[in-house]
Design a protein around this ligand. Structure first.
Ligand code: FUB
Length: 325
């Protein structure tokens, strides 16, 4: 089992990994991370330095046990619509198939979401030849609810281009504004229901509201609480926990709702800033305990060369989340 300070250690050190999406499939823990790589591209607010070209899958019996690297399961060169930047992925299981969701820039430089399908949780995954119709921005995260309905959450500001889609159409000129300012509502994360075959949206894309304890939308200037990227939804005691990164203030926060579509009421921070600019995570129950999977830059000291770590989480009597160690 994990030792007292095992959360300080990267899960793997032979490659750089980030944005871990963790799931238990067939009683085994699977992690779907980004695969960071060396580049000469200088750090910028666009995230150009995150120049990834493939995905690996990792698995282990349980937290603290030996990690298996299943190797490359999807390559940029095998996805016809992609030009660059395979960013944070997620995976889901439904009706005998495994689905790998991923963001990447299309040939026009616009971030879209793709899906690739496999027969096993460790892949390999065969990508659909086109991105998911209507999809945009980054960081897809999939929740398959208890009734079998699947939801895809997504969106990310700045280099993730969510600010370009405020009218429902891509406005390239909004790219450099980065995001609204002042007391107007902050840009909201997106959610869409997935079709039974998990490859298209049904019913359109909705904005998921994150509200304060008075029910007011979080405002644009509230960078300590507004959504930036890294959406993740898990279910606990019948409630939907929407967690996310605040980007430039470097927190992982969460909000709780009664519906998978929101609204979600802000509930606090899960993680204070760690080493490195980005923070991105997932939350999963593994053999009766809950864990936070996240990354930092401690392995390299460089923002774009990150490493995945895992920490235990506990709930208090009110359902609030806390780090266990
Ligand atoms: O890994 C590339 C990007 O950095 C992700 O898509 C964001 O969430 C941030 O972690």
């Amino acid at each position: 089992m994990a030792g007292a300070s095992s959360h300080l250690k990267p899960l793997v050190t032979h490659i750089y990994t980030a944005d871990p999406s963790a799931h238990v499939f067939n009683n085994r823990v699977y992690i779907y991370p980004s695969h960071d790589r060396e580049t000469d591209i200088q750090d910028n607010d666009n995230g150009d330095q995150y120049d990834m070209v493939d995905y690996h899958v990792f698995s282990m019996d349980t937290i603290g046990s030996e990690v298996t690297d299943h190797g490359v399961v999807l390559r940029q060169e095998d996805i016809p619509w992609v030009s660059k930047q395979l960013w944070a992925p997620d995976a889901a299981y439904k009706d005998g198939k495994y689905y790998l969701y991923f963001p990447a820039r299309d040939k026009e430089g616009v971030f879209r979401l793709g899906v690739a399908v496999g027969d096993k949780p460790e892949g390999p995954f065969t990508p659909d030849p086109e991105p998911i119709p209507e999809s945009y921005s980054i960081d897809p995260a999939c929740l398959v609810d208890d009734d079998g309905q699947a939801y895809l959450y997504f969106g990310g500001l700045w280099g993730g281009q969510l600010q370009c889609w405020q009218t429902g159409e891509y406005k390239a000129e909004a790219y450099t504004d980065m995001e609204p300012k002042g007391t107007v509502p902050a840009i909201r994360p997106r959610v869409a229901k997935l079709s039974d075959d998990m490859r298209t949206f049904v019913g359109g894309i909705q904005e998921a509201a994150i509200v304060d304890d008075k029910g007011e939308l979080i405002i644009a200037d509230d960078h300590d609480r507004r959504f930036f990227e890294a959406a993740w939804v898990h279910k606990y005691n019948g409630k939907y926990y929407f967690s996310y990164s605040t980007g430039d203030t470097h927190y992982l926060c969460y909000a709780i709702g009664d519906s998978p579509l929101g609204p979600f009421t802000y509930a606090g921070r899960i993680l204070e800033p760690v080493e490195g600019w980005t923070t991105h995570h997932s939350i999963a129950e593994v053999h009766g305990k809950w864990y936070l999977f996240h990354h930092d830059s401690s392995l390299s000291g460089k923002n774009h060369l990150r490493c995945v770590k895992v920490r235990e989480l506990v709930y208090d009597a009110e359902g609030k989340l806390h780090l266990a160690d």
